[in-house]
Design a protein around this ligand. Structure first.
Ligand code: VAH
Length: 313
């Protein structure tokens, strides 16, 4: 059975839906440290799981017969910078716990990595799978640590550790949590409510982005790929890159009156040290990754989903 930690975040609900469709509702256990809303409880198994409580996790893994662990629990880039001690505990100590349990119980372990695992010394356009990684956020440092620890547990203990470096993920039905790329989700809600968006990045700040369905399919396909195909334990996956001004132009095709002001803050400093374009040729070569959504398709889907929610024609 598959346990998803931190499942009430941006990716967990959608991943549970995808995996339950493939493997059956009872096979996927969502978990987090917060009470789940009714529709989540009604969608399938949900448990309290604190990744900082080793015994709690161990009991769940044994009692619930877990053999895959999808570890989403983490503080993202911007929120991590304002709570470094907590980010170190959750992103690093939490990772150590799930790695150790994956070794003890031979779990297949997925830990997401990110464009944030690179820094100003990394090539930015494109950024290859294997290159310098000197990130400047505790989030990025903790994700490079996760990549290195996972690779070590794989070659030292044979743990089937897998990781994908995701771009900024855009989703309609879940809210992101404290990332640097989240303006690209907020703008859709602002366009349909106030008609005004204040962007905390510069207009030309280009970042890799991906629609959530591509992200979840990449994760699912990668987890099912035979290990003998994998040259790396961690791969970049790419779909598109855009800047705020390019996104605004596309959004205005749906909401022409949208007003945008730019007020760069600390998140601009984070973003300008990140990749602008990912080289994901490794994933396309080794396990046939290919993206399906581009910017115009993304905007169409987002507005088709959100307009009825906001009662907009
Ligand atoms: C963040 N959305 O902004 C997350 C992600 C690619 C960035 O890791 O921190």
């Amino acid at each position: 059975r598959i346990l998803i930690t931190g499942s009430l975040g941006q990716l967990g609900t959608g991943l549970a839906k995808v995996l339950r469709g493939k493997y059956g509702k009872q096979q996927i256990i969502m978990s987090d440290i917060m009470k789940a809303p009714r529709h989540i409880l009604e969608s399938g198994p949900y448990l309290y799981a604190d990744i900082l409580d080793f015994k709690n996790l161990q009991e769940i893994i044994v009692n619930e017969r877990v053999d895959w662990l999808i570890h989403f629990s983490a503080l993202l880039s911007a929120v991590g910078e304002v709570n470094i001690p907590l980010a170190m505990r959750v992103n690093i100590e939490g990772l150590h716990n799930v790695l150790e349990l994956s070794k003890q119980y031979q779990l297949k372990l997925f830990v997401p990595s990110t464009i944030g695992a690179f820094g100003p010394d990394s090539p930015r356009n494109p950024t290859p799978d294997l290159t310098i990684q000197r990130p400047r956020t505790i989030y990025g440092v903790s994700k490079v640590h996760a990549e290195l620890m996972g690779e070590y547990y794989n070659h030292r203990f044979g743990v089937d550790f897998r990781s994908l470096r995701f771009p900024g993920i855009i989703s309609a039905d879940t809210n992101p949590g404290g990332g640097t790329t989240d303006y690209a989700v907020q703008i859709f809600h602002d366009a349909l409510t106030t008609g005004k968006h204040e962007c905390y990045l510069k207009p030309d700040c280009r970042l890799p982005m991906m629609y959530i369905d591509d992200c979840l399919r990449a994760l699912s396909e990668y987890m099912e790929s035979p290990q003998e195909l994998l040259r790396y334990r961690t791969y970049n996956v790419h779909a598109m890159s855009f800047s705020p001004e390019e996104l605004v132009e596309e959004v205005r095709k749906h909401v022409p009156h949208l007003e945008v002001t730019y007020k760069p803050d600390g998140r601009q400093n984070i973003a300008e040290a990140w990749p602008q374009v990912f080289d994901d040729s490794g994933a396309r070569r080794d396990w046939n990754w290919e993206h399906r959504y581009n910017l115009s398709h993304l905007c169409e889907i987002m507005f088709n989903y959100l307009k009825p929610k906001y009662g907009v024609k």
